[in-house]
Design a protein around this ligand. Structure first.
Ligand SMILES: [Zn+2]
Length: 430
């Protein structure tokens, strides 16, 4: 068997096996008793429901990853990659267009295959646990908008990468990296004002106690906050969240309407403080820088494998091409990608602790943040005692219990001070 085929097959199986072990270990943790900290928020019925929800989601995850793996292996070893290549080449399109059609067809196939799973997840699982608010109409519109965006935004950058590797010579990877960096920044820039409003309605938070409290908190940090938005998360799910996107004048804080409905003003300020913490501690910037550096590494490595006949032989290809090389390199990259994703999760969990600390230190109180976290895990039916291996591989946020215990250890000084006095002591923003 071909050397590359062995590596890719091994990586796919290893990743699948490791995830499966983590899933099974995680299922076993569901028999544990409810941790002390959650006694007051989860009644026995709510706890039972959260265990059942976790169990259902894990089993569904195992099913989807098994089907994914089987489909890839069957397509690969039945010679699907070559068959598609020969078919598309026969149309006699421009080389770049041939490449776009080839990659586009594979992505479309993948989307079609995952469609029944998405439908089942939304309209059966989420429905059964009372989360789903998505109407079939919204579901279909989301699908169309998603495909349209992929075409409008993804099309040109894919064309650029294909053209640069086709005609760009030895430095093609560098040009690709620059093009992708510009593209990433562009998308980051337009996401809050142009892309997200395609999917959700953002309305400025109405004047009132909540708005006043948020504005005075932001002022105490000398944090320029143009607008606070309420997002109609209830359009799709009753689950609640908050997030921060963009940078500079385009930065935008959004609270889900479902979050506002279920939390007190103090809790909402704490959640918002956590989000501002991510910004102030430069987590958002770090995330962008890391992904840009990662792209550079990928393009550099990619350029070394694009013309490697062995890689094409591993997929039974008759022709060598840039576009198929992109796909195959993506698969060869699986083990590195797996390790990178674990590293990114480690960084992300560290950032969550830092944002929690920021929220506690700047609001000078722990209670509301802890209450908010407890309520969030109850309302979203979170798994309160996940297995460490599962957390290590999959969690971008630390388990809630760890966050609560971490928050309880953060010293709070001068909790009696008002926010106004605080502005004088905190000084220049970092
Ligand atoms: Zn966070």
């Amino acid at each position: 068997m071909n050397f590359y085929a062995v590596i890719i097959l091994g990586a796919l199986l290893l990743e699948y096996g490791l995830s499966l072990i983590a899933d099974i270990l995680n299922l076993r943790t569901l028999n544990e008793a409810l941790p002390e900290e959650f006694r007051e928020v989860f009644d026995p019925e709510a706890y039972r429901k959260s265990q059942e929800y976790t169990r259902t989601r894990i089993r569904f995850g195992i099913l989807t990853s098994t089907v994914d793996l089987l489909v890839i292996l069957i397509f690969w070893f039945a010679g699907g990659f070559n068959w598609l290549d020969v078919t598309v080449r026969a149309w006699g399109l421009h080389p770049i267009l041939t490449g776009m059609t080839y990659i586009g067809s594979l992505l479309l196939l993948k989307a079609i295959l995952s469609l029944p799973f998405n439908i089942y997840s939304t309209f059966v699982i989420e429905q059964r646990f009372g989360f789903n608010k998505t109407t079939p109409r919204t579901f279909i519109l989301d699908l169309i908008k998603g495909l349209g965006l992929a075409f409008i935004l993804g099309g040109p950058i894919l064309a650029a990468v294909l053209a640069l590797f086709e005609y760009g010579g030895g430095n093609a990877w560098l040009y690709c990296w620059m093009a992708s960096t510009l593209f990433t920044l562009f998308v980051q820039f337009i996401a809050p004002t142009w892309i997200m409003p395609l999917f959700n309605k953002f309305t400025p938070l109405q004047p009132g106690e909540l708005r006043d409290r948020i504005v005075s908190y932001a002022k105490s940090l000398q944090f320029g906050l143009q607008d606070i938005f309420v997002m109609d998360g209830s359009k799709r799910s009753s689950k609640s969240n908050a997030f921060f996107t963009g940078f500079g004048k385009h930065k935008r804080i959004a609270l889900f309407d479902t979050l506002i409905a279920k939390h007190t003003v103090d809790e909402l300020v704490a959640v918002l403080a956590h989000e501002i913490g991510h910004y102030k501690k430069k987590h958002i910037l770090q995330g962008i820088v890391i992904s840009i550096l990662h792209m550079g590494v990928i393009f550099f490595l990619l350029s070394h494998f694009l013309n490697d006949r062995g890689l094409f032989e591993a997929f039974f290809m008759q022709h060598v091409s840039v576009y198929a090389g992109l796909i195959f390199f993506g698969m060869l990259y699986t083990p590195i990608e797996f390790i990178v994703s674990i590293l990114l999760h480690i960084i992300s969990r560290k950032h969550e602790f830092e944002a929690d600390r920021f929220a506690v230190e700047t609001t000078r109180t722990r209670g509301p943040m802890i209450d908010a976290l407890k309520k969030l895990s109850r309302d979203n039916l979170s798994h309160v005692s996940p297995h460490p291996l599962y957390v290590f591989l999959n969690y971008s946020h630390p388990p809630v219990l760890e966050r609560i215990r971490h928050i309880q250890n953060i010293p709070v000084n001068g909790a009696e001070r008002t926010l106004l006095e605080e502005s004088a002591t905190i000084g220049q923003p970092r």
